[in-house]
Ligand binder design. Structure first.
Ligand code: FAD
Length: 431
């Protein structure tokens, strides 16, 4: 442990996904200036950083943190993504626009101070932006193709062993290795396994059709539309400035497949997924809907697995961050929640270093957990509502839902905006 300011904190991060990379940036940014920068090594199991396909909506709080960490600048410099001023809600069968969840803020420039709107971006481009920011920091090393098989810790530190031999040690380990986390399953809480949520996400990208006049086929949404049907939600969204392609993402109830191989085979069977989607999201009021499903390329079916609420997040020297600690069904904000995790964790570790009172690092871990549990529990409950909304319903159920959604969005607006405005870089740590 760095008992004097001369010794850098040695950190192992497992997982080079969005949580691992942004936690490395956060630990660097919030390292107290009187200490040398932490020496961080990220071990990623894949041969190179990669992510599942699809596109995510980065909400104002997520953009604020990426900006703090220097990654939004990289994303903007590359012109990645499409600004999203609101997510619009439509009834699939009438094409009627029912409501919107807006990021415009009081004067149309966004929410919070400084104001941010939202950005729909492919996961791949988001990752590239964060990687570009990582490259600017000499204290962060990314090592790919390393499979960790064992984690041990004692009073002196933490040590990991790799498949095929080799071991490394550090002062702390941060498990950012996703829902099937080896840090959780071999070390922190082996009995907390992921379970199938009952819903799948099918996604792909469709090039826009041209009309006879040479222009693009019209869309009913400005940037992102959520089209509610009786058997699931179909998200249709632009994801680049040219607006020449549409991200198509279906959230729908799908019976469980018993084996992992069975899910893999179903995942790759694009034509079966397409047939299912064409049938599910029919009869659509707008021709655009079947066109987009028919044209979607690289269509993939992704079963959404989830962890139980609560759970153990840490031992004395290992902390779980992101999906490894609290994977939940999509509720539209998970990426922002992951960024918040990393920033708050890094701030607590920084405060512990500043205090330099001889207390073990677990003191910082505890401070982080007491800040974080409530927010995660609330997000978890919200994600359960999404699962319920996606369940198959009859015509009457659909009609009732279409009437409730505008009220629900109106009723929850100020609550949603509270999170979008929140700035975890400045909030009180109480530590
Ligand atoms: C279907 C779906 C739709 C979603 N839509 C949205 C959305 O619209 N908006 C939003 O904000 N969020 C969305 N989310 C949530 C968001 O994608 C996740 O919360 C986020 O990607 C979690 O990041 P992570 O880094 O914790 O995990 P991951 O992205 O899973 O990254 C984990 C990394 O660890 C690596 N790894 C795994 N095991 C090991 C090991 N043993 N050793 C080393 N490395 C390892 C993996 O290869 C990977 O690179 C969605 C999620 C799903 C499933």
């Amino acid at each position: 442990m760095p008992s004097t300011p001369q010794q850098p904190l040695k950190v192992i991060i497992l997982g080079g996904g969005i949580a691992g990379l942004t936690t490395a940036l956060s630990l660097t940014k919030y390292s107290p200036s009187q200490f040398p920068l932490p020496q961080i090594t990220i071990y990623e199991i894949r041969p190179e950083p990669a992510t599942i396909g699809g596109a995510v909506n980065l909400t104002p709080n997520a953009l604020r943190l990426l900006n703090h960490l220097g990654a939004l600048q990289e994303i903007r410099a590359r012109n990645y993504g499409k600004e999203c001023l609101a997510v619009e809600v439509f009834d699939l069968y009438t094409g009627a626009r029912l409501a919107e969840s807006s990021f415009r803020g009081p004067v149309g420039r966004g929410l919070g101070e400084p104001p941010f709107t939202a950005l729909r971006i492919t996961r791949g481009e988001a990752l590239k932006g964060v990687l570009a920011a990582i490259e600017k920091h000499d204290n962060i090393k990314l090592v790919c193709g390393k499979k960790t098989v064992d984690i041990q810790e004692d009073i002196n530190g933490v040590e990991i062993k790799f498949a095929g031999g080799g071991k490394v040690s550090a002062d702390i380990l941060v498990g950012c290795d996703g829902i099937h986390s080896v840090a959780r399953l071999t070390h922190v809480e082996p009995e907390r396994k992921s379970v199938y949520s009952g819903i799948c996400n099918a996604f792909g990208f469709a090039k826009r059709r041209k009309t006879e006049s040479g222009g693009f086929e019209e869309t009913h949404f400005e940037t992102t539309g959520m089209n509610f049907g009786r058997r699931g939600i179909l998200l249709t969204s632009f994801h680049n400035e040219d607006k020449d392609s549409v991200y198509v993402g279906a959230l729908m109830q799908v019976p469980e497949i018993a084996s992992r191989d069975g899910w893999k085979a179903a995942g790759k069977d694009a034509e079966n997924t397409r047939r299912d989607m064409l049938e599910r999201y029919s009869p659509a009021a707008l021709d655009l809907i079947p066109h987009l499903i028919a044209d979607a390329e690289d269509l993939f079916l992704w079963p959404v697995f989830t962890l139980s609420a609560g759970g153990k997040w840490a031992t004395d020297r290992v902390m779980l961050i992101g999906d490894s600690a609290h994977a939940m069904p999509p509720q539209g904000e998970s990426t922002g929640i992951v960024f918040e995790d990393g920033v708050l964790f890094a701030r607590c570790v920084g405060r512990w270093m500043e205090k330099n009172n001889g207390a073990p690092v677990k003191e910082a871990f505890n401070a982080y957990e007491s800040l974080r549990r409530e927010r995660i529990d609330i997000a978890y409950n919200e994600s359960q509502n999404v699962v319920k909304t996606v369940q198959d319903v009859g015509w009457l159920g659909h009609k009732i839902k279409m009437n409730i959604i505008p009220w629900y969005l109106w009723w929850t607006r100020s609550y949603r905006e509270k999170h979008f405005i929140e700035d975890v870089t400045t909030c009180e740590l109480n530590y």
